[in-house]
Design a protein around this ligand. Structure first.
Ligand code: NAP
Length: 308
């Protein structure tokens, strides 16, 4: 059986695409992916999603979107696409559980923030450890925070965080930034920002208290270890778009899916939405908006195909 549309991913982009395609009577199948609910499922308070004046918990927000899509007939399955064949429609999507075919595919597999890989980081994510200053900066008013990384994202986040935090310390593993000169210059002129060079974080304290109180650090040159007090840790060491299974089948740029004419990919009938194609904004609301766009593009493409 070939379906009209399969949506890969169940974050803001995937579920918004599901709401729109379900309401267009396309009976979408949503394969939830390896991180059901996407990055929001890993956060706590979300205060910048329109419509929630008192804020909303990330997992609750994605669950509400899912319920909304299901109400209109979207089918969700806790499965992860492991292989796709996108040469021509009907497209094939394989999971560990089965094989599905569809006339169109909306890819909303997102991007995962690259993490340091510490157990304490995992346990404190959303409790003082964050991967998004735009989302969580306001929780650190008059506090001291660390930003890990030396690229554009880290420096942009550090600059942004000085709107709220008393002091922002950029912790970088080398003694030179990778970030563009203009951002780096802005940061070095900002007297709320200081740099801790040649330093890696080896642990984040204190998972037992469910809050961040400090970090242990190691100098990468002389190996010396130290501890440092902090109220928050922003991990800004890059993102990894979840596109491994599309390599060689879709045009990618730095691993992100290239879109043209709205949400169209290099293969007709395959559309992309959310962080999987977005290097710049990476917000829940922009992901939701692009999910709507991909759904409308898919609906129109299916209609034109049936008419032609
Ligand atoms: P990025 O350029 O890949 O930089 C990642 C940074 O994290 C690097 O400084 C890297 O250190 C460090 N790092 C990586 N893994 C680490 C680890 N395990 N432990 C400690 N540090 C680690 O990523 P990005 O800053 O997210 O930028 C991604 C792309 O978006 C870039 O092309 C960037 O120019 C673009 N961007 C542009 C803007 C803008 O123009 N306003 C804003 C944001 C992003 P090393 O330097 O030692 O490798």
């Amino acid at each position: 059986m070939s379906r009209k549309v399969i949506i890969l991913g169940s974050g803001c982009a995937g579920s918004t695409a599901a709401i729109y395609t379900a309401r267009a009577n396309l009976a979408p199948l949503v394969l939830e992916g390896h991180e059901p609910g996407g990055q929001l499922s890993l956060t706590t308070d979300v205060e910048n999603f329109p419509g929630f004046p008192k804020g909303v918990q990330g997992p609750e927000l994605v669950d509400l979107m899912k319920q909304q899509a299901q109400r209109f007939g979207a089918e969700y399955r806790m499965e992860r696409a492991t292989e796709v064949m996108l040469r021509h429609p009907p497209f094939t999507v394989k999971t560990e559980e089965g094989t599905y075919r569809a006339e169109s595919v909306i890819i909303a597999t997102g991007a995962s923030a690259r993490m340091l890989g510490l157990e304490s980081e995992r346990r404190l994510l959303g409790r003082g450890v964050s991967t998004c200053a735009t989302c969580d900066g306001a929780f650190f008013r008059d506090k001291e925070v660390l930003v890990v990384g030396g690229g554009d994202t880290a420096i942009e986040e550090a600059n942004f965080l000085t709107k709220f935090a008393r002091r922002v310390t950029v912790v970088h593993r080398r003694d030179q930034l990778r970030a563009s000169k203009i951002l780096a210059d802005r940061a070095s002129r900002n007297d709320k920002i200081e740099f801790l060079w040649n330093t890696v974080i080896t642990d984040i304290l204190d998972p037992g208290k469910q809050e961040v109180s400090g970090v242990t650090i190691r100098n990468t040159v002389d190996g010396k270890e130290d501890t440092r007090k902090t109220d928050g840790v922003f991990v800004a060491i890059g993102h990894v778009p979840n596109t491994a299974i599309f390599e060689g089948q879709l045009e990618l740029n730095q691993g992100y899916i290239v879109v043209r004419n709205g949400s169209g990919t290099s293969v007709e009938g395959v559309f992309a939405a959310g962080d999987v194609h977005d290097l710049v904004y990476r917000q829940a609301v922009t992901a939701a908006g692009s999910g709507c766009r991909a759904a409308i593009d898919a609906e129109r493409w299916l209609e034109a195909r049936e008419d032609g």
